[in-house]
Design a protein around this ligand. Structure first.
Ligand code: PMP
Ligand code: GLU
Length: 387
């Protein structure tokens, strides 16, 4: 009955585990969820007020497909102010979360047999979206010893005549890897003279502890042309349920195709969400974002220290995002088995490394209050002792 396309698609493991944890909690189980990449903070008041005000003023009509002039201008201002990127509002499209931006881009660029280079560990949806577009995910394995970054040499070796797109995610989910300007310039050198696009997923831009984030499109003119910048407010604006993502590209042919696809699928994103996003884009909630970052940093430092003290676990201190990607190979290679037992025996929900393309690791999200993190850490210590 179902299309072959959808039958080959796997469910998002991150969503499946966090939904299961929420369900267990609702059933009265004492579950601590370190599974979801979902900020525990409430959406800042200025965002809510702007949305309420827009509703009062009767914003309930359809908007243009890419978004209202106001929101597109606000995104252009944000990209110039924060990233020194000169996109015209006409080169920007809002989407139903960054996930939707990525889905649209892949659908519009990838044909059967086209290769998409995906550094691993990767965010769960990249290979699935590629396969859904009949493309071939080409996985570039990275190593802990190199901070989970791909190298220029590795990129060069992976390029074939079929390579169409490189996925870059910085700060990354699940490793928190941040590519510096120098790293990006090295990759840029390899890509010079090719027609390869880059989908640069910058959704964790402001969750950056070392201040070394650099927008991929900003490093050179050549990179500006080939890069599609993807961002949103699910993480940094603490508005995951509002569904606000956007893409910006200097390639007007691609932009036109995405608008066309969106006109036949979702149409515009929620008009209320667009209005709410404007103060965040204009920097009016930067103080709140700064406070969230302070909490994330405190939790990261706590977990980094405590988890490395547990015999058999090893983790790097991430430069960005709100995850630790923990090496548990000494205890268990099979990450699914490990995380399943952890959930059953100590009621702590985490995500197995296999979901991100790497066995022998598991991901802990610290987008959860420090008190819960402390209890989860104690339970984890006992779990490992008895494993
Ligand atoms: N990219 C990465 C790396 C993510 O972790 C997420 C989290 N869901 C997304 C994209 C999608 O973000 P959104 O919720 O805005 O769709
Ligand atoms: N990106 C988040 C995560 O990795 C949310 C879940 C999802 O969209 O996959 O947990």
């Amino acid at each position: 009955m179902l299309s072959k396309r959808v039958q080959t698609l796997s469910e998002s493991i991150t969503i499946a585990i966090s939904s299961l944890a929420k369900e267990m909690k609702a059933n009265g189980e004492d579950v601590i969820s370190l599974s979801a990449g979902e900020p525990d903070f409430d959406t800042p008041k200025a965002i809510k007020d702007a949305a309420i005000e827009a509703m009062r003023k009767g914003c309930g009509k359809y908007t243009p497909i890419p978004g209202t002039n106001e929101v597109l201008k606000a995104i252009a201002i944000k990209l110039k102010r924060d990233n020194n990127l000169e996109y015209k509002p006409s080169q920007i499209i809002t989407n139903v979360g960054a996930k939707h931006s990525l889905f649209n881009i892949i659908q519009c660029l990838i044909d059967e047999g086209d290769e998409v280079l995906i550094p691993a560990p990767y965010w769960v949806s990249y290979p699935e979206m590629t396969k859904y577009a009949s493309g071939i995910p080409v996985i570039l394995n990275t190593d802990e010893s190199n901070g989970f970054k791909i190298t220029a040499k590795q990129l060069k070796k992976a390029i074939t005549t079929k390579t169409k797109l490189l996925m870059l995610n910085s700060p990354s989910n699940p490793c928190g890897t941040v590519y510096t300007k120098e790293d990006l310039l090295e990759l840029a050198e390899v890509l010079k003279g090719t027609n390869i696009f880059i989908a640069s997923d910058e959704i964790y831009e402001k969750v950056n502890y070392s201040g070394n984030f650099c927008a991929t499109a900003s490093v050179s003119k050549d990179m500006f042309k080939r890069t599609i910048t993807i961002n949103g407010l699910s993480k940094c604006g603490a508005m995951p349920g509002w569904r606000f993502g956007y893409m910006a590209s200097a390639n007007d042919e691609l932009n036109k195709a995405v608008r066309k696809l969106q006109s036949q699928s979702t149409s515009n994103i929620s008009s209320i969400t667009q209005a709410g996003a404007i103060p965040a884009l204009l920097g009016e909630v930067d103080d709140e974002i700064e406070n969230m970052l302070k909490s994330y940093r405190e939790r990261r430092d706590y977990l980094f220290k405590e988890l490395n003290n547990i015999k058999g676990l090893k983790t790097l201190n991430p430069d960005g995002a709100f995850y630790l990607f923990i090496n548990c190979k000494e205890i268990e290679e099979d990450s699914m088995k490990f995380c399943k037992r952890m959930l059953e025996e100590i009621k702590v929900a985490t995500v197995p490394g296999v979901a991100f393309g790497l066995e022998g690791y598991f991901r802990v999200s610290f987008a959860t209050d420090l008190e819960s993190i402390k209890i989860a850490t104690q339970r984890l210590q006992k779990f490992i002792n008895n494993y």
